[in-house]
Design a protein around this ligand. Structure first.
Ligand code: PMP
Length: 359
């Protein structure tokens, strides 16, 4: 529709299409990489803290002082090296706005296949970008990230491939773009990878972005954060304050701090998710799927016996939701989040039945 009120940029904007979030409890939901386990009981207990009533009567601490101190202590950093946001999507939005708007001859670099919010932010903020191709096996070739650029952003592990870059490769990226921010989106780092946060002291251009949505089973809380040297954190704060965007609410500040402090919960949950992932990868291979090596809480897998879209639709009929991307290079694959063992058994049984390999 030709709408005279919309600017040409708005008319061209292709909004982000999130994974389906149907409400209904009979579904097996393996399409948006949520954690299948309940959050830490210590996080839930923060809701019952008698002091919460008083905290709720007042406006929230705009600086999220205690939460930043908890995150900093966990990472061996100073509180001035921590920036918190309402979900890592908000942290990402401020990252794009603060560091990547530079002009036509300096495109932002991110991989050809990656988190689908990155192109949306580029469109929103008018940021040109260049997207180096992935190798045949979906791995990232870091040498392609040289040359004039506004910066680099990439998830590690990458989404939706699950492929992981070792820290030497992240260091190589940081060295290829010493004058630009290299943002490493570690939404899935807890599921087997090694965080780049330990490199922050040595690299003034490194920004590490995390979320509690996957690792801590708190997607509904909306809490993400960035770690970097104080000059980067100050840049993000400047943007956040200029947009006058919301502080973290008092409930989220308290629950997030309690969840982050519960390191035993994280260790157990991550081990369970990893063990299930490895088992399901082997079982999918036995069902003639090609499975991309993953260090995340999902698997990208290509059924050889049946078209991916057809399998997606037939799983859906059986109340099992996985993610299908009708995009170049991905249209033969499904992204399957790691659920509980019994959810994954139901998925495997449905695949067997659909493929006609059930006995
Ligand atoms: N980064 C990546 C790579 C993701 O896959 C996601 C989740 N879709 C996010 C960031 C955003 O996570 P949240 O806003 O829930 O923190």
């Amino acid at each position: 529709m030709n709408n005279p009120f919309w600017s040409p940029a708005l008319a061209e904007l292709e909004p982000y299409v999130p994974g389906e979030q149907p409400r209904g409890n009979r579904l097996i939901k393996l399409n948006t990489n949520e954690n299948p386990y309940p959050p830490s009981t210590r996080a839930m207990e923060a809701l019952a803290d008698p002091q919460l009533a008083d905290a709720l009567r007042r406006y929230p601490d705009p600086e999220s002082t205690e939460l930043c101190a908890t995150i900093a202590a966990q990472e061996g950093l100073a509180p001035e090296q921590v920036f918190v946001g309402n979900g890592s999507d908000e942290v990402l939005a401020h990252t794009f706005y603060s560091f990547f708007r530079r002009g036509a001859d300096e495109p932002l670099l991110y991989p050809e296949i990656t988190y689908s919010f990155y192109p949306v932010y580029c469109q929103l903020y008018g940021i040109p970008h260049r997207s180096p191709a992935l190798r045949e096996d979906f791995s990232i070739a870091v040498e392609d990230y040289a040359g004039p650029a506004a910066g680099v952003i990439l998830p590690n592990p990458n989404a939706p491939t699950g492929r992981y870059l070792a820290l030497e490769q992240i260091e190589r990226l940081l060295e290829l773009q010493p004058e630009r921010v290299v943002a490493v989106d570690e939404a899935y780092i807890e599921f087997g990878g090694e965080s780049a946060a330990g490199l922050i002291g040595r690299y003034p251009n490194l920004l590490v972005i995390r979320t509690l949505s996957k690792s801590h089973a708190l997607a509904g809380l909306r809490l993400g954060y960035a770690l970097g040297q104080p000059h980067l954190v100050e840049g993000l704060q400047r943007t956040k304050n200029s947009f006058n965007s919301y502080p973290i609410d008092s409930i989220a500040q308290r629950m997030a701090a309690a969840a982050i402090a519960d390191t035993a919960w994280l260790r157990d949950t991550r081990e369970r998710v990893i063990a299930t992932r490895e088992r399901v990868a082997r079982e999918l291979e036995a069902l003639d799927f090609e499975v991309v090596p993953s260090m995340a809480n999902f698997l990208l897998a290509r059924p050889r016996a049946i078209g991916a879209e057809s399998l997606y639709l037939q799983l859906r009929e059986r109340q099992i939701l996985v993610r299908y991307f009708n995009k170049p290079r991905l249209s033969d694959y499904l992204r399957i989040s790691i659920g509980t063992d019994s959810e994954m058994d139901a998925l495997l049984a449905a695949c067997r039945e659909i493929q006609g390999t059930a006995d």
